[in-house]
Design a protein around this ligand. Structure first.
Ligand SMILES: Cc1ncc(COP(=O)(O)O)c(C=O)c1O
Length: 380
């Protein structure tokens, strides 16, 4: 963990708002994932934080990548583009899954040049893939319970269990090959039963497909959702891994390849935001601090990720419940209405927020003319 002293030094050197990415932490998270889920190849979900330096560090550690758009695809492809042509195709298969079930025609046309693995979940997409990217491999995205996840994804994507094998057979009829199944249990899933139920459902679809004469599936993609340790209520990753391993071993023979698409788990703890107090007021009797970063910038996860971050002060002092606002003129730009902070903080004092590496800077804007925080990489 980066110490407060180092954060202060970095802020002095680079100014604020600052978004610090610790690459040792990225490597530790990747190693932990591999240690506890040795059978699972991690395809880092680039959307969580698409910074090319993060992708390079995870690539060097052994990760593969889940991309959701052509720009994300290109960031990853840039790393492998210099490989000899013959090896490159294998690398694309091993290193990239295009895991957005709905793709624009133009994206499919471009994707077809690379023949990657892509997900789909409905008939219309089969028609599009056949027309525009017939050389892709397919993985059918299933709809699975997202109970208790911080970010629910099952209402937007996923084929229902009753239609899954029909879709697989329909894709085959169109000359496409469904190589396996995928699902997502919802982001920041602290209800570990979601994984157990989803793996069981996938096993059921595998056997129904076999019974109906389809035996070309060789992979299962268990998606993302692995929780970051935002607070003590999140049970240890080892406990989740034990459950996943037990179900995989029971239901999927070793020749079935297992993939996952962890995003938050890899980057959340690697990111720390450092901001500066730019104003101070008392409103309705409550002390309010205004800082130089907010929900249009590094704290965007408050809106888009339904995530709340703890704000800490470097300075000590007696505390009270305060409000912390971002710098823009929008009243939506509220970081916290209830943060326990010292009351003696002054303009120019710094605050910091740990565990803010995922779904944060990725959605930063230039709203009100304020640019995104400066990104600093440490332990590269
Ligand atoms: C298809 C897909 N895969 C992976 C992820 C990453 O999920 P997480 O950050 O919860 O691991 C997401 C997040 O939205 C997703 O939509």
């Amino acid at each position: 963990m980066i110490t407060a002293d180092i954060l202060l030094q970095l802020a002095e050197t680079h100014g604020t708002p600052l978004f610090v990415i610790d690459h040792d932490e990225l490597r530790n998270n990747y190693a932990m994932f591999k240690q506890y889920l040795p059978r699972v190849q991690a395809y880092y979900a680039v959307k969580a934080n698409p910074d090319p330096a993060i992708i390079k560090t995870l690539f060097d550690a052994g990760a593969s990548f889940d991309v959701a758009s052509m720009p994300e695809f290109r960031v990853v492809y840039d790393i492998i583009r210099d490989m000899p042509e013959k090896e490159r195709q294998q690398w694309i298969w091993d290193k990239i899954i295009y895991a957005n079930p709905i793709k624009a025609n133009e994206s499919l046309v471009e994707l077809d040049r690379y023949k990657p693995l892509v997900t789909f979940d409905n008939r219309e997409e089969i028609i599009k893939i056949k027309e525009f990217a017939p050389h892709s491999g397919l993985a059918l995205r299933l709809r699975v319970p997202n109970t208790g996840a911080m970010v629910e994804l099952s209402s937007k994507f996923g084929a229902g269990p009753g239609e899954a094998v029909d879709l697989i057979l329909e894709a085959e009829k169109e000359g496409l090959t469904v190589e396996g199944l995928s699902f997502h249990v919802g982001s920041q899933t602290t209800n570990f039963e979601n994984f157990v139920q989803a793996i069981n459902l996938a096993a059921h679809i595998f056997s129904e497909a076999r019974e109906r004469g389809y035996d070309k599936m060789f992979l299962l993609d268990i998606g993302g959702g692995f929780p970051a340790p935002y607070d003590d209520s999140v049970r240890p990753f080892s406990e989740l891994a034990r459950k996943i391993n037990a179900e995989l071993e029971r239901l999927f023979p070793p020749e079935i390849e297992i993939l996952a698409e962890p995003g938050r788990f890899m980057v959340a703890t690697a990111g720390t935001a450092v901001s500066k107090i730019i104003g101070k007021a008392v409103r309705d009797g409550k002390l309010c601090y205004y800082i130089d970063d907010g929900v249009y910038h590094t704290f965007s996860g408050i809106i888009f990720d339904h995530c709340q971050y703890r704000i800490e002060a470097f300075k000590q002092g007696s505390t009270q419940i305060c409000t912390v606002f971002g710098p823009t003129c929008d009243a939506l730009d509220v970081i916290s209405m209830a943060e326990e902070l010292p009351i003696n903080l002054e303009r120019g004092d710094l605050l910091y927020s740990r565990n803010i590496g995922a779904y944060s800077g990725a959605s930063s804007t230039y709203f009100n003319g304020f640019p995104p925080a400066t990104v600093v990489h440490i332990n590269l």
